[in-house]
Design a protein around this ligand. Structure first.
Ligand code: F0G
Length: 429
């Protein structure tokens, strides 16, 4: 089956366009585009059973947590080359201590850091790079706060095509930069923040014939929406009350919204969970826009937060994210760097760690329970978007000084001093 069409999301336009034009915005009004399909009649029970059976299959396509749900992403021609690294299949883990702290609520986390490059980007990238290859792309490009770039570099390497990254100078974490270099990508370090790098890339991409894989590419969103069936299958198709997700460029929240909307339309779920998007204070233009009821995005020129993955002032997908909140009856919250740091620490008590941007979700849930907007005891899934080791500088910074006192001991390699130090350390515990 092939992709049906692209459609502008603007109510005043809504025009359909040819997917072969490789557009990232509406040719008529510049709006964002959706990939749309004519799904035809669907038998929900059969589909669920087919997806379940594929878990036992050895076929590499079935071993992907995206392509296992290929009926939901039918834009690939039969026999086309699929670029996959067995993405998805990420764990859903109960976090009782964090749930107690945040509410109490019944909390589980869907840990996207378990993807091969360590973030949720992989489930979007398999879709987007598969599409890029089908379109004959030789160079793929993105601007990034780090995770999109590591993921794109890996999937481009896998596909045998070239990767060009625009990243803000000295603003992305060392492990993310290291990953991109490891996969052989060409890295352009430019501008003070993601928004500047992205703006420049958009200028030069057409003249250089680059295939853009940022989340304005609607095929990225198609891969990312498959977190929804995967999570629901893990829950026996019982919807949670809430799904919480961090908000940066707002592609992921848009994707989850689309996934929920489509599954509801297809009769695969009965209830759409409420969606909670959490931004970092200092980089929360979407939260500010919704709070004030502004019709246009209240962009931030100099976004700042220690959660570098979501340090974004002009989120490109804000209109799709707004639509997702309308579909899901959800809301947006903003949390400080201190709240993020505390939430990250609390998650670690459950043996679960993540990068700072992901911990916004738990911090946001706690804040919303305290404000009475989320009811105590609610059934909540927090999407943890990135792996703990994605930002080791952050951990070492926060685990230095006062907090780390007693946690790190430096001692002479000599038994008497070792015993003395250990007695002191263990005695105090
Ligand atoms: N969490 C992590 C770990 C991220 O890397 C990102 C975005 C987000 C959350 C926010 O997701 O942009 O879809 O709202 N990272 C992008 C990047 C911007 O370039 O890696 P979003």
């Amino acid at each position: 089956m092939s992709c049906t069409y692209l459609q502008c999301i603007e109510e005043s336009c809504g025009r359909r366009q040819d997917p072969a034009a490789d557009l990232h915005s509406c040719a008529f009004c510049g709006g964002l585009l959706d990939v749309k399909y004519d799904f035809g009649p669907v038998e929900p029970l059969n589909l669920r059973q087919t997806w379940r059976q594929r878990r036992l299959s050895d076929d590499p396509i079935d071993r992907s947590g995206v392509w296992r749900f290929r009926e939901l992403v039918p834009f690939v021609d039969p026999g086309a080359r699929i670029i996959t690294l067995s993405e998805g299949f990420t764990p859903l883990v109960g976090t009782p201590r964090a749930g107690e702290w945040a509410g109490p609520v019944n909390l589980t986390v869907k840990h996207q850091g378990a993807n091969l490059t360590g973030s949720f980007k992989d489930i979007g990238m398999t879709a987007c790079i598969t599409r890029a290859v089908a379109r004959g792309a030789r160079w793929v490009a993105c601007a990034s706060t780090g995770n999109t770039s590591s993921s794109m570099a890996a999937y481009a390497a896998r596909a045998g095509i070239k990767a060009l990254l625009f990243v803000p100078l000295n603003q992305i974490s060392a492990p993310k930069l290291a990953q991109a270099l490891d996969f052989g990508a060409l890295v352009v370090e430019v501008g003070n923040n993601f928004d500047a790098a992205f703006r420049l890339l958009l200028e030069v991409a057409p003249e250089l014939g680059l295939y853009l894989v940022n989340s304005i590419n609607p095929f990225r969103i198609e891969g990312q929406k498959t977190i929804v069936p995967e999570m629901l299958e893990q829950r026996g198709w019982r919807s949670p009350d809430y799904i919480a997700v961090p908000g940066g460029n707002l592609g992921n929240s848009s994707a989850i919204g689309k996934g929920l909307h489509e599954l509801k339309d297809l009769g695969l779920i009965e209830k759409i969970p409420r969606l909670v998007i959490v931004q970092a204070a200092g980089a929360s233009p979407f939260w500010e826009t919704l709070r004030t009821g502004a019709n246009e995005l209240l962009a931030i020129e100099d976004p700042h937060t220690e959660a570098s993955a979501i340090r974004i002032g002009h989120p490109a997908n804000w209109k799709k994210a707004k639509r997702a909140l309308e579909w899901a009856g959800g809301f947006c919250e903003s949390v400080t760097d201190e709240e993020i740091s505390k939430a990250k620490e609390v998650l670690a008590h459950d043996g679960v760690a993540c990068e700072p941007a992901s911990a916004t979700t738990l911090a946001g849930v706690r804040k919303l329970v305290q404000a009475g907007k989320i009811e105590k005891g609610a059934d909540i899934v927090c999407v943890l978007t990135g792996h703990q080791l994605k930002d080791t500088e952050y951990i070492l910074r926060h685990r230095a000084g006062e907090k780390a006192r007693g946690q790190r001991i430096q001692v002479e390699p000599e038994l008497n001093s070792l015993r003395r130090e250990l007695q002191r350390a263990l005695g105090g515990r």
